[in-house]
Design a protein around this ligand. Structure first.
Ligand SMILES: Cc1cc2nc3c(=O)[nH]c(=O)nc-3n(C[C@H](O)[C@H](O)[C@H](O)COP(=O)(O)OP(=O)(O)OC[C@H]3O[C@@H](n4cnc5c(N)ncnc54)[C@H](O)[C@@H]3O)c2cc1C
Length: 492
């Protein structure tokens, strides 16, 4: 074993989940090491450079980051400074562009209520119910009560229905249904799968305030890394965790792919639970539990393409655009997310993301990034070209536009080790909600879960999950001062 004294915690994965839990534990004077398989830390938070332009991957915009709001308070606790600009100050946060109407998502629950009532006056009653829920949830989010209470904060069982069923129950019009359904996509879910509660949590967080990074995701990743190392944390990159070492029903370390061993009294897996299962010795998890984890459905994959445009004809837009198609019942059947942001040097960067199943790329399943062959590159180029053509219908013609990159579920699978390239990890659908919670009941002493699979995806959900995981690790009493500090930040 490498060190005389074991680490207090070995964290597998250096995405926003692994880095945030690493920082919290280091702040609590724990000796912590983070293990990352890639040469660079940051996971999905880190962007990448193409033709000199920083292309984001997993951080396009995030919510609840204004002074005193939950994400900002957690970042303040972490001591991480994210250079971000607020959206929705001059115009909407998002424009939802359907075939026969558009809807602009504004900042603020009051403004949202007003925009909905103006657009759908016949839905006044249902809107009042939904907005009432959103206000309650905004209060819960602002008080971060998820981190202080043990009781389930929601007693209204309707909030655990699929959104589509709930909206039927409220007798919502077809168009209102389509507008409300968009937020389910932020977590990789459809309105038939997404529990109302997740939908409402995601929607309120963006209504509280929506932000996008001024710099690239790599700057944010570096801010996390320097804070972690400044607090004395150790970071091991370019060496995947290969096995979690156990003895007598408890963990005692991690073996890396290089053969290097690290000892630790606890292990925090901030990676996909299926990847964790593969690292555990046979028999460490009960067969029934292992089957449950193995059988979990993941969120569907995405195809994304980035293009550079002339900023004079296509300047950066302060809001996102969703081009959407809905069926006769108002269910969204197809959609593309666009963000048109500055790419520097007189260029704009157009980001285009749409759903793409792993099965569409299965032909290349057994290949690795950079070595998938001309057919694969051709298919990516073809799809990216089509996407750009479609985008021109929204933004006007793009003379001189150049596609600089495209990625598929295979890219994400290989980059962050997410099964079938699922962008948001395990599907928190109504059917899988109890199953998803069950990962925390893997009865192996000292093993904890963090990252987007532990509580909820997205930057807010993942960071909140890190605080929650620390609470599980150290117990409510020792966690109380952490919660107090988070609460003080709200008052001050
Ligand atoms: C295309 C896309 C767009 C998104 N857009 C947004 C957005 O606009 N706003 C938002 O809030 N969220 C967005 N998300 C979601 C958000 O990015 C994620 O929820 C969040 O970044 C997940 O963080 P994580 O730490 O759980 O996982 P990851 O970032 O995936 O980190 C896991 C890390 O573990 C490492 N790892 C895996 N296996 C091993 C191993 N065996 N040993 C060592 N290391 C290992 C990986 O390399 C990776 O670095 C988006 C996601 C995607 C894919």
């Amino acid at each position: 074993m490498e060190t005389e004294k074991p680490f207090d915690a070995l964290i597998i994965g250096s995405g926003v989940g692994g880095l945030s839990i690493g920082i919290i534990l280091a702040r609590l004077s724990r000796r912590v090491a983070i293990i990352e398989k890639n040469p660079l830390p940051g996971g999905l938070m880190r962007g990448y450079l193409r033709s000199g332009v920083d292309c984001p991957v997993g951080v396009h915009y995030f919510g609840a980051f204004a002074e005193g709001q939950p994400l900002r308070r957690m970042f303040d606790y972490l001591g991480v400074n994210a250079a971000a600009e607020r959206m929705g100050r001059v115009g909407p946060i998002d424009r939802y562009w359907f075939d026969d109407f558009t809807f602009d998502l504004p900042e603020g629950i009051d403004a949202f209520a007003e925009a909905l009532t103006t657009a759908f006056p016949e839905d006044r009653r249902s809107i009042a119910v939904i907005v009432g829920n959103l206000r309650v949830i905004a209060d819960l989010q602002n008080s971060l009560s998820f981190l202080s209470s043990t009781a389930m904060p929601f007693t209204d069982m309707d909030l655990f229905l699929p959104l589509a069923v709930y909206l039927d129950k409220l007798n919502c019009s077809v168009r209102l249904r389509s507008v409300l359904a968009v937020a389910t996509r932020w977590m990789g879910l459809s309105e038939q799968d997404c529990p109302v509660i997740y939908h409402h949590l995601a929607l309120t967080s963006y209504l509280l305030s929506a932000w996008r990074l001024r710099g690239g995701g790599s700057d944010l990743a570096e801010a996390f890394v320097s804070r972690f190392t400044e607090l004395g944390g150790s970071l091991v990159c370019n060496d995947p965790a290969a096995a979690i070492l156990t003895d007598g029903g408890a963990v005692f370390g991690v073996r890396l792919a290089s053969g290097r061993m690290l000892r630790g009294t606890s292990v925090v897996a901030a990676v996909h639970p299926k990847a964790v299962l593969a690292m555990l010795p046979e028999g460490a998890v009960k067969p029934r539990q292992a089957r449950r984890i193995q059988g979990m459905l993941d969120t569907e994959g995405v195809f994304a393409a980035n293009a550079v445009l002339d900023a004079r004809s296509h300047p950066a837009l302060p809001h996102n655009v969703y081009r959407l198609r809905a069926d006769r019942e108002g269910l969204i059947s197809d959609g593309v997310f666009y963000q048109l942001r500055s790419g520097g040097k007189g260029q704009s960067l157009l980001i285009m993301i749409t759903r793409s199943l792993f099965s569409e790329w299965r032909r290349w399943e057994n290949t690795a990034t950079g070595r998938r062959g001309a057919d694969y590159e051709g298919e990516k180029a073809r799809r990216a070209g089509l996407m750009l053509e479609k985008a021109a219908e929204v933004f006007g013609s793009f003379a001189g536009a150049k596609i600089i990159d495209a990625y598929t579920p295979l890219t994400l699978r290989d980059w962050v080790n997410s099964p079938e390239g699922s962008p948001y990890g395990i599907m928190r659908s109504v059917r899988q909600l109890p199953l998803a919670a069950a990962i925390h009941r893997v009865a192996l002493g000292g093993l904890f879960f963090a990252g987007q699979n532990s509580l909820a995806p997205g930057i807010l959900g993942t960071v909140l999950g890190s605080f929650q995981a620390v609470r599980q690790m150290i117990g409510d009493d020792r966690f109380a001062p952490v919660f107090e500090e988070l609460s003080r930040a709200a008052e001050g």
